[in-house]
Design a protein around this ligand. Structure first.
Ligand code: G6P
Length: 606
C-alpha cells in the first residue's frame, strides 16, 4: 500500500507529482506529501488525502526534480509528522517509501546508539536514517550506502531518494514492493503503478528486487544489483488501457465501474479464453489442463470469493478436485503442495503481498502456476507460468466490483476449457448460451437500480446485516456482506444458509435484517425454510430471487428480482444488486464510497 511517484527532467515537476498522486490515491489516503529540489529542498505534507495537500501548496512553485507519496498507515498514526517525504537525520537525504521494514525496531535501536534521533514513528524514517548513516560511514558514497542498507534491512520497499547536494539526481531502489520507471524525451519518472506516469512516459522499465538505480534529467544513468554489480534493464513499450480516465459523469468511480460490467462481460465473452504464456505453447497448456490431478485457488478479499465460486465451477464442469484457500493462511500452514496440481492465484492488482508470497511458495514446490489478474505488468504476471487477463480496465474504487465479475467470467470460461480438454464434453457446453446472454442480463439489472435505492433507503439505519446463500450463492453472500462492510461500515456477516442455525440465528431480531440470496433452484426449498425460521423470530428479509418465483416473494419483506439465469452463473448476476445496495446505503450514511476509511485497494503488506 502507499503510493510513490518521482520525476526528474526538464519539465516543471509539481503537476506531474500531483496528477501521479491522484492516480495512486487508491493505494492509501491517510496523508500525502511532496518534496521538490529546486536548488533548495522544499517539503510539504498534510494529513488526509491529496486535496488537503493541494490546499497547502503555494500557488507558484518552481522545480524540475521531486518526489511524492500518498500513505496507508502501518507504523504510526496518520498525522503530518508520520507523513512522507521524510528528511534524514543529517538533513541531506529526503525519501518516500512504500513497503514495510520488518526489523525497523532493531535498526532504530542501533541508530539510537549511534546518536540518531527520529521525528516520526515510521519504519520508513528508520530505513532512511539507516541509509543516511551508511552514507556517512562510506564517505558520501550513496551506492555503497544502499548496498550496506539493503544487507541490513528486512522487509519490502520501493524508495526514491533525493540528495540535497545532488540536484537533478534521484536514487531508486526496490525489494518486494511494486515499482515502475518511465522515460520520455524530457526525463525520468518513477511510480508504484504504471497508470500514475503513463500519460507522460512512453517507454518503461521494471526494476528487479535489489536494484539500485541512478536517474537524472537525461534518463536512467546507471543500474546496479543489490551487491553493487553494474547491470542494465530492458525497456518495454506499453499501451495503457484507455478505460482509465475520469468518472465519465458518474458521481463515484465505484458507480462507473458497476455500470461498466455489461460491456466488460460482452468483450470477454466475445472471444475464446486467451491463456498467455512465455513458458508453454498452446498444446502444452492443453496438455497441462488435461493431465493435472487437481486445482488449488489462492486469493485474498474479493478475489478469494471469486475463487470460491471458481471451485464450484471447476468441480461441476470439469469434474476436477478443486480447493480455494486464503493465500495468507495457506502460505503459513506448511501445506502439502502436489506437483501435479495447477495452482491459480487470483488478484485484481497482481500485487497483493500474501497472494504473491503463496504463489512463490507453490512455485518453489514445483507446481504449475496460473495468474488470473487485471493489472498487466504486475508482479503476479511476472511470477506465474501462465496468465489470464481480466481486461476490465483500471479499477479505482477501493471496493472491487468489475474485477470481481470479470474474475467470475474468466473462471467460468476456464472451467469450460478444462471440461473440454478433459473429455467432459457435455459439461463444456453447459454454460455457452447463457454466458452469451450475460451482458444483456446485467444491463437489465442496472436498469432496475431504482428499486435497490428504495431498498437502501428503507434499511440504511440498520447497524447489522446477515447475508445468506446456499451453494454458489454462499460465496455471493460473503461478497455481498464484504461490500456492505467496506463502504458503509455496517457490521455484516455472510453465512451458508444451513449454518445459520449454528449460531447467527441467535442474533436475529427486527433490527437485524437478512439479505437472502435465494436464486438457487436446487436448494430453493431449503432456503425457503431458512427464511421462514428467520421470519418466525421477527427478522426482516430482503430476498434476491429469480423473476417470477412466488415461493420466496410471498414470505420476504422485500425482494429484488433478477432475470432468469441458470444457477451456475447466477453469482455473476446477483453481484450487481449486492454492489448497488451497498453503494446506496453508503451514500445514505454519508460515507466515502471510493475511499472507505482504513482500507486500500492494493494490500502490499502482510
Ligand atoms: C484489498 C481490496 C479488495 C481486494 C483485496 C485483494 O483488500 O480492498 O477489494 O479484493 O485487496 O486484492 P487483489 O488485488 O489481490 O485482488
Amino acid at each position: 500500500m502507499c503510493g510513490i511517484v518521482g520525476y526528474t527532467g526538464n519539465r516543471q515537476v509539481l503537476d506531474i507529482l500531483i496528477e501521479g498522486l491522484e492516480k495512486l490515491e487508491y493505494r492509501g489516503y491517510d496523508s500525502a506529501g511532496i518534496a521538490v529540489h529546486n536548488g533548495e529542498m522544499k517539503i510539504f505534507k498534510s494529513q488526509g488525502n491529496i486535496s488537503s495537500l493541494k490546499s497547502k501548496l503555494p500557488s507558484r512553485f518552481e522545480g524540475t526534480s521531486g518526489i511524492a507519496h500518498t500513505r496507508w498507515a502501518t507504523h504510526g498514526i496518520p498525522n503530518e509528522r508520520n507523513a512522507h517525504p521524510h528528511l534524514s537525520f543529517s538533513g541531506n537525504l529526503v525519501m518516500v517509501h512504500n513497503g514495510i521494514i520488518e526489523n525497523s525496531e532493531e535498526i532504530r535501536e542501533e541508530l539510537f546508539a549511534n546518536g540518531y534521533t527520529f521525528v516520526s514513528e515510521t519504519d520508513s524514517e528508520v530505513l532512511l536514517n539507516l541509509i543516511d548513516y551508511e552514507y556517512v560511514v562510506s564517505n558520501d558514497n550513496i551506492l555503497q550506502a544502499l548496498i550496506n542498507a539493503q544487507a541490513k534491512a528486512k522487509g519490502s520497499y520501493a524508495i526514491v531518494l533525493l540528495d540535497k547536494n545532488r540536484p537533478g539526481e534521484q536514487v531508486i531502489c526496490r525489494h518486494g514492493s511494486p515499482l515502475v520507471m518511465g522515460l520520455d524525451d524530457s526525463g525520468c519518472y518513477t511510480a508504484s503503478d504504471i497508470y500514475a506516469i503513463s500519460e507522460y512516459a512512453t517507454r518503461f522499465v521494471f526494476p528487479e528486487n535489489g536494484d539500485i538505480i541512478f536517474a537524472g534529467t537525461d534518463g536512467i544513468r546507471e543500474v546496479y544489483t543489490a551487491e553493487g554489480k553494474k547491470k542494465s534493464l530492458e525497456e518495454k513499450k506499453y499501451i495503457v488501457d484507455g478505460r482509465l480516465s475520469g468518472k465519465d459523469g458518474f458521481d463515484h468511480y465505484m458507480m462507473k465501474e458497476i455500470f461498466q460490467q455489461p460491456e466488460i462481460a460482452r468483450d470477454l465473452l466475445s472471444k475464446p479464453l486467451p491463456v498467455v504464456s512465455e513458458k508453454y505453447s498452446a498444446e502444452e497448456i492443453d496438455n497441462i489442463f488435461r493431465t493435472i490431478k487437481g486445482v488449488t485457488i489462492l486469493g485474498c478479499g474479493t478475489s478469494w470469493h471469486s475463487g470460491l465460486i471458481g471451485r464450484y465451477l471447476l468441480e461441476r464442469l470439469a469434474r476436477i478436485p478443486a480447493n480455494t484457500e486464503y493465500a495468507s493462511e495457506y502460505r503459513y500452514r506448511d501445506p502439502v503442495i502436489p506437483s501435479d496440481y495447477l495452482v491459480i492465484s487470483i488478484s485484481q492488482s497482481g500485487e497483493t503481498a500474501d497472494t504473491l508470497a503463496a504463489n512463490t511458495l507453490v512455485r518453489e514446490a514445483g507446481a504449475i502456476t496460473l495468474g488470473i489478474l487485471n493489472v498487466k505488468n504486475s508482479t503476479l504476471e511476472r511470477e506465474t507460468d501462465m496468465q489470464i487477463y481480466l481486461e476490465a480496465g483500471p479499477e479505482i474504487g477501493v471496493a472491487s466490483t468489475k474485477a470481481y465479475t470479470a474474475q467470475l467470467v474468466r473462471l467460468a470460461q476456464l472451467a469450460e476449457r478444462l471440461a473440454w480438454v478433459r473429455g467432459e464434453t457435455v459439461n463444456s457446453t453447459l454454460l455457452n448460451g447463457d454466458l452469451r446472454q450475460m451482458a444483456e442480463t446485467m444491463t437489465m439489472i442496472l436498469k432496475r437500480s431504482g428499486k435497490l435505492k428504495m431498498l437502501a433507503d428503507k434499511y440504511s439505519d440498520s447497524n447489522n446485516f446477515l447475508f445468506l446463500g446456499r451453494g454458489l450463492n454462499y460465496p455471493s453472500a460473503l461478497e455481498g456482506a464484504l461490500k456492505l462492510k467496506e463502504i458503509s461500515y455496517i457490521h455484516a456477516e455472510g453465512y451458508p444458509g444451513a449454518e445459520m442455525k449454528h449460531g447467527p440465528i441467535a442474533l436475529i431480531d427486527h433490527d437485524f435484517p437478512t439479505m437472502a440470496i435465494a436464486t438457487d433452484r436446487e436448494n430453493l426449498s431449503k432456503m425457503v425454510s431458512n427464511i421462514k425460521e428467520i421470519k418466525a423470530r421477527n427478522g426482516r428479509i430482503i430476498a434476491i430471487i429469480q423473476e417470477g418465483d412466488e415461493s420466496v416473494r410471498s414470505i420476504a419483506d422485500d425482494y429484488f428480482e433478477i432475470p432468469n439465469v441458470p444457477d451456475l452463473i447466477a453469482p455473476m448476476v446477483t453481484a450487481l444488486p449486492l454492489q448497488l445496495f451497498a453503494y446506496y446505503i453508503s451514500l445514505n450514511r454519508g460515507c466515502n464510497v471510493d475511499q472507505p476509511r482504513n482500507l486500500a485497494k492494493s494490500v502490499t503488506v502482510e
